[in-house]
Design a protein around this ligand. Sequence first.
Ligand SMILES: Nc1ncnc2c1ncn2[C@@H]1O[C@H](COP(=O)(O)OP(=O)(O)OP(=O)(O)O)[C@@H](O)[C@H]1O
Ligand SMILES: [Mg+2]
Length: 375
Amino acid sequence: MATQLKVTGADLELIDVRKDFPGFTALDDMDLHIPAGQFFALLGPSGCGKTTTLRIVAGLETPTQGQVLIGGQDVTSMKPHERPVNTVFQSYALFPHMTILENVAFGLRQRKIDDPVAKAQEALDLVELGHIAARRPQQLSGGQQQRVALARALVNRPSLLLLDEPLGALDLKLRRQMQIELKAIQMEVGLTFLHVTHDQEEAMDMADTVAVMNKGRIEQMGAPEALYDRPKTAFVSKFLGQSNLFVGKVSDSNDSSVSIEVGGYKVTVDKKRAEKHTGKIAIGVRPEKATFHTSKPNLSSDHVMIGEGEIIDIRFTGVSNQYLIEIPNVGEVTVFAQNIGKSPVIELGAKVWVSWKVEHSFGLADLPDGSEEQD
Ligand SMILES: Nc1ncnc2c1ncn2[C@@H]1O[C@H](COP(=O)(O)OP(=O)(O)OP(=O)(O)O)[C@@H](O)[C@H]1O
Ligand SMILES: [Mg+2]
């Protein structure tokens, strides 16, 4: 790989950004700071405001309120071409009548930059397409065309690269391969990547920091491991992986933990892993942290135990088996068990008890939809 194409990343700051479209607020109080050189993923469901955020950073949309700073400089009123930013979109309109080398050199020629061909070749080498620089776009696979689009953005040496679902059009295998390549390129050129996706695996796999967006706001942001381990809202706990959530009033509290009562069982969380310690709260646990037992287990107080319940669904997904367990007065609980070929043969309708270590519980700041009204 060529190493000359070294560009330095700049940090990006959004301060109190708001975007109103007629009759609709797409972004609300967005505050974001992405340190230089980071791979940052913006993750959220369709319509939550991801593309709008990128368009505001690129200068294609004017914020109703707030500021955009790149490398410490206020660019809020700068034109798109004046900003040290390039965008790679999901659709990568390449010119069909030009070679891919000319496709990459095109923008440089237009801006009368010296040595456009040499610079374009260097960018193609970086995405490992240098050897087929003379081909035309239709002679490339989807993933190769995507890499040309990336080279076309990198050749401009932006300090900030915006990627809007760039891998969305690729099949799963190619998508996973491009994720690895994209991450390697980001580390090699050292620039700041702001990557938009609604694929949670992609975000967790690639990013140094993930921000989970919902309805025009960032609900939570942090390292992927931290977000997965300690989701703070019901939305984040369900959007990033799966969660079992239990809602109840705090019935017991000491220096280190709080417990709620749910259907006659006691569900406990460590205080330092809970956002709220009083009133009605939601406590969650990830399905792979829970286990089930075929007879009532005798566990110490560092475990939560609920049951008995009944297995109402079993899914075999290859690496793990997923069990859905109905517990009277509690609801459905999901348990993942690694498929190591040793697990007891269990059948639909089997009676089981579910347990997990208290240290794996997490306490949310809000309640899941629909649980506010009920008592
Ligand atoms: N020009 C516009 N006028 C009015 N509403 C708009 C406009 N552009 C976007 N919106 C609305 O703003 C919201 C956010 O749109 P945005 O394109 O940022 O979503 P997104 O998170 O990128 O979604 P997706 O994952 O589907 O691409 C949507 O509800 C959308 O309908
Ligand atoms: Mg979008």
